[in-house]
Design a protein around this ligand. Sequence first.
Ligand SMILES: Nc1ncnc2c1ncn2[C@@H]1O[C@H](COP(=O)(O)OP(=O)(O)OP(=O)(O)O)[C@@H](O)[C@H]1O
Length: 909
Amino acid sequence: MEINIETAVRICPVSYCNKDLLCVQPDVCNNSIKLGNLQSISVQHALPIDCTQNTLYITTVTPLMNYFFEGCDVSIVTFGQSSTGKSYTLLGPTLNCALSEKEHGIIPRFLRQMFANINQDTDKCFLIQIAWTQICGENVYDLLGSGSAECHNISDAFDLLKVGMANIATYAHTLFTVTLEQQFCVDGCVQHKVSTASFVDLSSSEKVAVMDSNGLTQYLPTDSGLLTLYKCVWILSELNNTIYNQNLVPYNQSALTMLLKDSFGGRAKTLLICCISPLVNDFMETLSSLQFVQRAQLIKNFVTINSYVSYETYENSDIFGLQFATNQLFKLVSNAESLFKSLLGTGVIPKAQMEQISEWLTLKQECQDCISESSEPHRSLDIIEEEIEDRSKSESESESDVPNLIDLMNNFRVKTDGLVSSINRINANESNTKEISKSGRYNEYHSKGARGRRGSIHSVDELSPTLFKCDNVQNQAPITFSTKKDRVMKQICADIEGYEKQIEELVQTVEVKEKLVQQLIKNKQTKVNVRRKFKQKCLKLQNDQNVAQSKLKQAKSVNNHLLESKLDLEISELSKKINKSEFIRSIAEDDSATISELESSLNDTKKQLEKLRKCLHRKEKSKLELEHNLRESKKTSSQDTIKSDVVKKLTESASVDLYNIKHEIKELRKTRDRLLEQRYKIDTKAHSKKLLNDTEETQLVQYEEAIEAIDLAIEYKNQKICGFTEGAKTSIDENVCKLLKQQLLKLSNEEILVLLQKYYRKIVDLRGSTKKLEQQLIQAENQNETFQNQVQNLSLVLQRVRSEAERRVLSLEQQHDHKMQLIMHHLSQEGGEDERFISRVLERSKQTALALQVAQGRNKQIDKGSLIARFTRYARHETVPQQLQVALVPSQAKVTRQRNKLIIQQNGK
Ligand SMILES: Nc1ncnc2c1ncn2[C@@H]1O[C@H](COP(=O)(O)OP(=O)(O)OP(=O)(O)O)[C@@H](O)[C@H]1O
């Protein structure tokens, strides 16, 4: 669509109104500018002298928005003398005043309208990128500091505007671009439209008067960019052809014109806004600017819609759907964010809700930081995409080979189980060894207390109750936390190992494929020679056969039986030779298709390799991060210990008479040690016999409870020493406690004993079931870990089997091709077609025919798990020619196929 550059003229308002000093007047009705010399210049939009920013935008820019959303590039260029309002027209007065919407220039208004349109259109998916550069002479600088930036909403865009405005230099041309990418579904296909809106502020420049070819004075800018633009505009305006001869237009002479190529004589819909001064003193400048406008409006641009359709598959459409949904969510979130921010500003919201809102805003910011980490928006989405892709690929592969895989998996499971149980045995031995070391274990009792439940049994000299409390909380929480982290770390390490192995496999496969491709390419010419030679030979033999046949006819007609039988023999010999030659021609077939198939398979493998390397890189990064976290948490805990030590010293310094209580504690500790010894005896028995009888269990509980009671007593005394008077908080109501005490006092000794026995029995039961539950939990955890190991091992082994199989196929092909090459080379030489040699070739090629058939089915590996099928076909002895079998690496296992099942047998079994 050819469209002339559209022009608008805006006259800069002056503060005084002495009409005698004004040299231009807009004729709004006729869209012309009347000059003081009575000359009149027609333009598309002669704007009134008091034209507001809004009127200018609605009259000139709004129609461009439709072009933009249709997929056309649009360009708005402001041009004119210094201080005539070019920047004011595009942006508004200043950074701060730009906050007043009334004063907003074209760019903020355009952005606002664009986002309003986008928010209304729920059927499309949009992607917006903003860039802002300034051109100083021949240098181009980025004003945003980040190249182009993705924007999700108007506030993102305004933030960028502010960044750019703060960086603009005084005498520089600026180019602000908004790129809009739209995607939507049409008849199951995805339609894409990509359009760019450029906003160019051409800086004014000093002018020099020059005489043109007609003897008229022209004022030309001294700025190299503007001068080249003048030249381009003049040339373009003189060319009448719609398809301009690009070589005639000196776009390449300056950076500015190269950037504006599409705006002047290119594919954009362009609006040129000329800002002029009405003052008599500025008349020559005004005239010069209007002459430029006159020239520019003669230029025809070839406006095109930038759109294309991608025929994405169902899965890809789904991805598109997901992207679309994500985009919508982004919009919703940003709408909510603006709403919340404005609500916060009003100050009328109750405190609790204010807190909720600010929490929401913080969360949103955290999410955004995650997504746009290192200026790579949607980076995490990419990762997910790749990983899903990988997984779905392997899932779909496994679906097609389910029966085979089940056999394979069972086989590997047995191996893995064996490994796991042997590891368990080793672990069990280790723990037994630990138990045997009595002193070690006994010390453990001392430090941990009964069943390790209490960490409070410290000497008074060591610890205060307050610290004990801190210790208890602080020691436990990080342990679980770091254990979790350790697990994650373990998983990451396993993943890294897996990726490294897969990469190693693939690197080997790539090497083999590359070698084969090179070999095939190298041998191509020899095959061409053989084909040509044997084609000629066939023709010659057919000729001889025809001659012999006509002789035979003659012999038959004269009943010459002797000649007849001789000729019959000759004809059958000839036909045999023809067959042989045909066959050799066929085995020297053109393998261009094979080469291209192999090349594309090579590319796929390389891509896969690249993906794996990326995954590995990501895992290594996560590992480093996690290691850093672990170091940090260790640091924190050591800081806590230091803190505890300081408090401890402070407590120690308190002057309290402790002697008596210390003595009591000593006594209590002695009793506790004796009880611990008894308890240890039973516990050792429990470990050797595994199970205790009821009496022993009761004894154990008795000891434990007694130890716990002593612990409490020691703890209480410790608290007393440290001046911690508040008694242990109990959940039982004080009145209930009193009541209970009264009732207990009424009981006789015997009754109390019975009560205690009942209490102990209950405890024993509870402990028994807790023990069972604990054991079950440990078992479940172990099982879970075993399964995870199995799955990981299986997928690795499967991957290795696949890669090995593929390499084996490739190496077979390589060997086969090498042999064929030797044969072809011989055949292509003079005298190489002697009978004995050809017969040998025929014999060999019969044997290799099946291998060739398989080789023709190359690249199936990409179509899900058929690689395994190929592998098994090769491994079957009856299908592999004998010569090639010798060259085969002896296989570790024999793989056979029965219906849909793969059966793997170890050699010699
Ligand atoms: N139409 C207008 N209404 C109100 N103020 C205007 C208008 N045009 C220009 N101004 C004011 O005139 C001053 C100069 O305008 P501006 O900086 O936009 O000119 P410019 O052509 O970009 O100048 P330069 O080429 O030197 O960068 C600014 O203070 C601006 O606010």
